[in-house]
Design a protein around this ligand. Structure first.
Ligand code: PDD
Length: 275
């Protein structure tokens, strides 16, 4: 089943207008929720971020947070007890193409679930990454459908034999193309502050909580590209990647070139947390 404008329907009932502003302008926002054994992981935090994104781009939906969350539960229940993810997007709606926002426009919502399993070997062995210039706008805190800089960076990484692109803005590390980035130096975890230059990941929030529980110092401070390359450990986090060690960047090994002890400690704690 699909969630279509607040109703659970079959695929045949979905009709997207050629005038949809998501299609013309990428005018919309989205969320990716993880499903572990049929349960939506950190649902409340995702809902909060979704409504915050909508608020910031001035999309007004006729569903309050609670009503929409109940619909997502129905969608997840239809998916069953397996592992997967729930994709949800809300565009501003359909209207003849003009840059200004029409006074009367109904948002268009689409949601669905897909089976998905964590990339275990990458999570265990780590991945190579590459750095690239952060050419995005200054409101990366909004989970917007405008993902062209992200997809281009990711493609660039793929063509260079890397698994993720790490964005560098004016010499400082911001985040990955679809993940948050952390370094570990002298036992201290550091990540870019949750300001307008990054998306505040839900997994990132979980890491901050876990680090506190584990007694690992955690700093919300940006690091330079030089500090990134000299770090003892680097890892990235997202709903789909969980905690993935980065073992080389731009073909240079990070630390010992294998997943480090702090990263592994966090992975173990995360595995307990998601149960
Ligand atoms: N992306 N930063 C960016 C730019 C992202 O696109 C994502 C997630 C994250 C991590 O956020 P979270 O921990 O809430 O997943 C950080 C999703 C998974 C995607 O676009 O598919």
């Amino acid at each position: 089943m699909f969630l279509w404008n607040g109703e659970l329907v079959s695929e045949e009932e979905i009709q997207v207008s050629y005038n949809d502003r998501g299609y013309y302008f990428g005018d919309g926002v989205y969320e990716v929720f993880r499903i572990y054994r049929g349960q939506l992981f950190e649902k409340q935090a995702h809902m909060k971020r979704l409504y915050q994104s909508m608020h910031l781009v001035r999309i007004h939906v006729p569903w309050d947070e609670e009503a929409l969350a109940a619909k997502l539960d129905e969608l997840a229940a239809d998916f069953g007890n397996g592992d997967g993810y729930l994709y949800l997007q809300i565009t501003r709606g359909a209207a003849p193409r003009t840059h200004t926002i029409p006074d009367q426009i109904d948002p268009v919502m689409l949601g669905y679930c897909e089976p998905y399993a964590s990339p275990i070997s990458q999570i265990k062995q780590g991945i190579p990454a590459m750095t690239t210039e952060d050419i995005r706008w200054h409101q990366c805190n909004i989970k917007s459908l405008n993902l062209l800089p992200n997809t281009l960076a990711r493609q660039q990484a793929k063509e260079a034999g890397a698994e993720e692109a790490i964005f560098i803005r004016e010499g400082m590390v911001t985040e990955g193309s679809a993940s948050n980035l952390f370094i570990v130096t002298g036992g201290v975890i550091r990540t870019h502050p949750a300001d307008r230059l990054i998306l505040e990941g839900i997994t990132r929030q979980v890491i901050e909580r876990i680090a506190e529980e584990e007694g690992i110092p955690f700093e919300n401070t940006a690091c330079s590209q030089d500090e990134l390359m000299a770090a003892d450990e680097v890892f990235l986090t997202s709903t789909t990647r969980e905690i993935t060690p980065v073992i080389s960047i731009d073909n240079q090994p990070i630390g010992s070139g294998t997943p480090g002890p702090v990263t592994r400690q966090l992975q173990e704690a995360f595995n307990r947390f998601k149960l």
